[in-house]
Write a new protein. Sequence first.
Length: 407
Amino acid sequence: MSSALIVRGVTVLDGKGGRSSSPRDVLIEEGRITAVRPRISPAEDVREIDGTRRFLLPGFIDAHVHLRLPGTPINPATSLHEPPTLRLYRATKNMRATLRAGVTYVRDLGGIDYGAKMAVDYGEILGPRIVPALQAIGPTGGHTDYRTLGGFAQDRDTPGLSISPLADGPTEAVLRTRELHRAGAGVIKVMGTGGVWSPRDSPEHDGFSPEELSAIVKEATNRGLPVASHAQGINGIKNSIRAGVTSIEHGYSIDDEAIELMRSGGVWLVPTLLTGMTPPTGADVPDYARAKKVRLQQSLRNNISRAIEAGVKIAMGTDSGVVPHGRNLLELAHLVECGMTPMQAIVAGTSHAAELLGIDETVGSVEVGKDADLVITDVDPEHDVKALSDPRRIKIVMQRGRVVHAN
C-alpha cells in the first residue's frame, strides 16, 4: 500500500505566522509535505484524513525539557536511592505523554542519553525526536551539584555516559565540553547562575565565571555546537550573554540592559514560564526551594513581558520534568499572558524553536519539502490557544508522515 496521505479540507497555520484563508488539502509522500493546495485530486491507494473544521499546524517543538525527570517536585535526597536506569525507563512514559501533547521535537537539556534519541529515530519507542545536551555542566556547589550537606555520593552519570556534571576553571570546563561533544551532544548546557532546586546556591549567585563561560563557548563554537545557559539572576544572565551563548534559559531577572544586549547580539530567550509560574507547593518541595521560587515569581512576569515587547527572540520551552509532562502547550497561553499574540506564541513553539535548535531546514513549518511532523486539532488556536494544552484536543500527531497518535 502506498505511504502517501492527503489531509482534506483543513485550515492550515503554517508556523511562520500565516493562516490559510480557506481550507486546504495537504499531500504527504515519503514522510514529507509535497503539496499544500485548495484541492488535490484523489489518487489510487492514497489514504485520506478528513480535516473538515479542523486545524493543521507544524508539530510543536519544546526547547527545554528534562525527559528523565518525573514531572513532580524533586527532593534531591530521595533520588539518591534510585539507580539512573530506573529514571531512563520512566522517561519512556514521559516521552509518550509529550508526543501526545503535540510536541514532536524537543531539546533535552540534561538527563536523557543518546540511546533514547537513537531509539526514537529508529522507531523503537514512541516519543519526540531529541536534540540532547546529555549532561548539564556547572561549578562545584552550583546548580548541577546536588550532593547533600553530608557529602553523599552524587549521581554523576547519565546511563552510558560517564561525564561529571561538575567543572571548575576554564581547563575543566573545556574538557567537559569536549567530552560531551564526543558523546553526541547536540547542545552544551551550562549553569550561568544558581537555581531553585540545588541545595547550596541561589538564582542570584553566579554559576560559571565569565572566564569559564567564554572558554566553553569558544570550544563549543569550534565544534559547531550552540550553548544554552541556565541563567536566572541578572549578573549571570549578563555574563552569559557577553560570553556569546546562543540562548538564555529562564531569564527571570532580565533587565533593560540585558534585553538590549540580547537584541543586539541575537541571543534567544527561552522563558520557561510553565515552570516559572507554577506555585512551589507540595510536601516534597524543600523549604529552601520554596523560598527561592517565591522570590523569583515576584518579578518574572513583568521582566519577561518587557523582553517580549522589546523584540527579544523567543523560543518556546517549558522545563517539563520539573513540572508535569504532557501539558507543554500551556506555555503558549503563558506567552500570550506576557504580551504575545496567539499567532506569535505559535511561531515561538514551531519555526522559531526550530531555528534555535538548528533544525529549521527540515521541520518547524508547513511547507513543501519539510518533514511531515504535524498536529491536527479541533481547536482554533487563534481563538483559544489555552485549549491546545488539553491533550484531548490534539486529535492527530504525525512524525515524518506517520500517524503516531490519534485521539
